[in-house]
Unconditional design. Sequence first.
Length: 495
Amino acid sequence: METATLKQEHHNGHHHVYVPEPELINGKPTFNTITEVICGVPEGKMPRLWWILFGISFAFMAMYLAVIGYLIWKGIGIWGNNTTVGWAWDITNFVWWVGIGHAGTLISAVLFLFRQKWRTSINRFSEAMTIFAVICAGMFPLIHMGRIWHAYWFLPLPNSMQMWVNFRSPLMWDVFAISTYLSVSIMFWYVGLIPDLATMRDRAKPGIRKTLLGLFSLGWRGGNRQWRHYERAYTILAGLSTPLVLSVHTIVSFDFATSIIPGWHTTIFPPYFVAGAIFSGFAMVMTLVIITYWMFPQVKQIINERHIDNMNKIIMVTGMMVGYAYGCEFFIAWYSGNPYEASIFMKRATGPYWWAYWSMITCNVIIPQVFWIKSMRTNLTVSFIVSIFVNIGMWFERFVITVTSLSQDYLPSSWKYFNPTIYDVACFVGSIGLFMTLFLLFLRYMPMVAMSEVKGVLPHANPHHPDHALNKHGRGHETHQVEKVAELATKNGGH
């Protein structure tokens, strides 16, 4: 790591003061080293751990598709839902997956606009994770309909009976919010991929792979005009995506907050859900990054302790925000003087679902406190274990919100305990299999890290850095595209 010393340089008669920053990429790699490391993964053979995880994930995905087929044939009665608890694991899984998808937009769009250079090593992971998580989330409202062939009823289509969807229903708002989120996320992910797909195209041997890469790289040549248009498009998409960080999970929270069910009818839900979404999303990014770290050790110089440390800080902060929201819920229930509200929150902690509530508190509030210690924040094993616990805790949070309020509402004679069936468990575990299968295929065929952005944060991408002249003259020119990466990195603050 470099020390923060000052160095004065003169270029073209101008006086510059260069302040070195701590290096984001270990080992002082060249532009070519970054290309070889990232392209070497999809171009080479997959390690044994990849095949093991892919086999397990594919088996769970196959089970998931089989269970969905059986559910469509028999109906949602095979789940544990009853007349009292009409929403259970299906909606719990839906909200959990939507929340996981939030970190992708935050890392790619918000941190980009704030010029956080450390995001460049993990933004591609998070963008891919967002798309796969939203696909998994979208499956549950469809199969919860029971008659999946009527899914087009979600859309406001003209029809002879003049029947329209209820635009005042938050469930309808979900349709527009999730579909918008998915489409913008796919565009954002694809635009960022174009320069890297062109790099892989130029390295590929003649054949169907080279043809497909050439098709999807849209004729990219790395010209000055192309880079200008690329930067402009990326910034516009980042600006469009940023409001989605707040709006999507806010609308999901309205599914609960606009009702009069005890424990749901509260104004704290929108910020509470958004903080929880970022919390669980970063935990899933951490899980996937560390799994990739173990599968492909060559990426260690690109994803290092500083990235792990920064992500763990965000996990710790958002975890404390979620813990604060848990306390506020009890305070509001007491301060409101509403006996139904007070009763439902006491029953969450001491009633029949006490085990779920205290699992939530343990995983989301207590366990992340280990990250106050820097050695714990930079320890891969500890980070992996905590990220798993956080995702377990966030699932329990959605379960507690959904099931405890429905199982004990205003009418004691209708109170019922929810018992999941094997099909509930199979749908949940199978959705994880679908997610992991898509992610592992992404690692197999796509560049896992944004090469063009990582090159832009290398020290010698800055023309005022002492290594710039050495890289350019001592190590030789690489390509016109690489030179444009360095030039644009300087003009755009490293992005």
